[in-house]
Design a protein around this ligand. Structure first.
Ligand code: PEP
Ligand code: MN
Length: 330
């Protein structure tokens, strides 16, 4: 339950009310108390005079629920996220591999009029015997090309030990699918003002996915993007299965911007363009696509990355699709 209190409510009353309801309390635009249960709780008469409105839910999806707030929009400087009529394209390699490689990628991204460059530096690999990412060195290279080309950057946190370094360097923080449940990371991200792109764990339900986002929201950071990147099903011919039904459900019930990552879902570059057009047709808020100057030589996710030519063609082809569903590619 969320209880909105009048702006002029004395702080002692907020504190007392918070304690009595074992609630979180915080003030954003309005003052509200977020109760540790979605069900209705009786409020002492003493506080009743201060109450503006109570919001009740049918599950612990509270701050992210459309019943509470229609939609959440925010901006990363001049880039608007979550607006009804825009789809933000983010692209770049799976990993930062070298100064030359990330420089080539940044120059390409800039040439395509794309505003946000993606690249991982701490890679959550399935095997310890593969490339694990360049770490801090990679973050520094990424920050350099950001300044040089006037781009924004997004990179992922793999575990809480380097969370502060990633948060300091990037414009948007990525939490990867394997880290979706990591409370060390979720709590760190709750305490920053930077936007967080939270990927859905590949074995998690939509309810669990949105509840992970609630940890960030209830900790004080309202800038959360949900990213569907494919879930594990019985199918083995594709890397994962992109849950577009789930996206329709999120659009109906959840107020957070929704991004789609067709690259990790498909796992093979040949399928990414068709899948991306399907994603755009769903009218989503953004896309995350992997591109590499030479995908065959990529140190991670080689099979799914688009080369620059493939990406340029794809970008042109999604513009009319976006127009058809009333959005614009930015
Ligand atoms: C990535 O974006 O490169 C990545 C590792 O994605 P995911 O967490 O979805 O597997
Ligand atoms: Mn990848």
């Amino acid at each position: 339950m969320i209880v909105h209190l009048k702006k002029e409510t004395p702080i002692e009353i907020v504190q007392e009310c918070t304690e009595e309801l074992s609630a979180f309390s915080f003030s954003q635009n309005d003052l509200f108390v977020l109760v540790n249960s979605f069900k209705e709780r009786t409020i002492n008469d003493k506080f009743e005079n201060y109450v503006v409105e109570k919001f009740l839910f049918d599950s612990d999806i509270q701050l992210a629920s459309k019943k509470y707030q229609g939609s959440r929009e925010f901006s990363v400087d001049e880039i608007e996220v979550g607006k009804k009529d825009t789809t933000l394209v983010i692209t770049g390699p799976c990993s930062v591999e070298s100064k030359g490689q990330i420089d080539q990628c940044a120059a390409f991204v800039k040439s395509q009029d794309i505003k946000v460059l993606r690249a991982g530096c701490f890679k959550p690999r399935t095997s310890p015997y593969t490339f694990q990412g360049m770490g801090i060195k990679g973050l520094k290279l990424l920050a350099q090309v950001r300044d040089q080309y006037g781009l924004k950057i997004i990179s992922e946190i793999r575990d809480a030990s380097h969370a502060d370094a990633v948060i300091d360097h990037v414009d948007i923080i990525q939490i990867g699918a394997k880290a979706m449940y990591d409370h060390g990371i979720l709590n760190k991200c709750a305490k920053t003002n930077k936007p967080v792109l939270l990927k859905r764990g590949f074995g998690t339900t939509l309810q669990e996915f949105v509840q992970a986002a609630e940890f960030i929201l209830s900790g004080g950071n309202g800038k959360v993007i949900l990213c569907e990147r494919g879930i594990r099903t019985f199918e083995t011919k594709t890397r994962f299965t992109l849950d577009l039904c789930g996206v329709a459900w999120l659009k109906e019930h959840v107020n957070l911007p929704i991004f789609l990552d067709p690259s990790h879902a498909m796992g093979y570059a040949y399928g990414v363009p068709d899948l991306t057009r399907a994603c755009v047709a769903m009218g989503v808020d953004g896309l995350l696509l992997e591109t590499h100057p030479n995908p065959k030589e990529a140190l991670s996710d080689a099979s799914q990355q688009l080369d620059f030519n493939e990406f340029s063609n794809l970008l042109q082809s999604i513009k009319p699709v976006a127009r058809a569903v009333g959005t614009k590619i930015i």
